[in-house]
Write a new protein. Structure first.
Length: 206
């Protein structure tokens, strides 16, 4: 009985992992993958099964995404976010833990090549976001009677939607990044119910 319950929970977790694969790939191979997992559970110890599953997951998910055109565009678009995310990580860690040699060296490099840094940090994420939207629209144009508010739409485009949301957040953050520390500080001190007043204050002073 315990073995059956454990196997059922493992299968539920495995089905969640399948959400990370491209939608088209799971449409073709999902039932076969689930059947293979159930067979493995019956024949081998659970620990051995999960070691095999995790090692295969790490290799196969990126590979299959690169084989799907929409996912490939999403992955390429994500690369355009990396300079911004790197700068954000260095800046945030500096604010939290204080400046340290690697952070100071990185910021000095940015300041020494302002134009290149501007293109990489500000222009590239915008380009990636537009590219992501184009891929999403192109995918939608291939579908008939497709409901963008359905779970099927979310499942089909989960990766590109997550990355598009990240890109949208970056695009919004860039012109207003000076306001963010102001907003967060005053929200914690005055309360979120004062958001309209806080936003007005931060817009005026930053």
């Amino acid at each position: 009985m315990e073995r059956t319950e454990t196997s059922s929970r493992s299968l539920s977790v495995y089905k969640l992992l399948l959400l990370f694969y491209p939608y088209q790939y799971i449409e073709r191979h999902g039932a076969e993958m689930i059947q293979n997992f159930e067979d493995l559970q019956r024949e081998y110890p659970l620990v051995a099964v999960w070691l095999l599953i995790i090692s295969d997951f790490i290799i196969s998910v990126p590979r299959e995404h690169m084989n799907e055109s929409t996912s490939r565009i999403a992955c390429i678009s994500f690369l355009t976010y990396i300079p911004f995310l790197t700068l954000f990580a260095f800046g945030a860690s500096g604010q939290i833990f204080g400046a340290y040699p690697l952070q100071r060296a990185f910021m000095a490099l940015v300041e020494a090549h302002v134009r290149v840094a501007f293109a990489l940090i500000f222009v590239l994420p915008g380009f990636g976001f537009v590219l992501m939207l184009g891929a999403l629209i192109a995918d939608l144009s291939k579908q008939k009677n497709w409901n963008p508010f359905s779970f099927a739409f979310l499942r089909r485009n989960i990766l590109i939607l997550i990355l598009a949301a990240l890109g949208f957040g970056i695009v919004l953050f860039l012109p207003a990044h000076d306001m963010v520390p102001c907003y967060l500080t005053r929200v914690f001190s005055e309360g979120i119910q004062q958001t309209p007043t806080i936003l007005q204050y931060c817009r005026t002073h930053y």
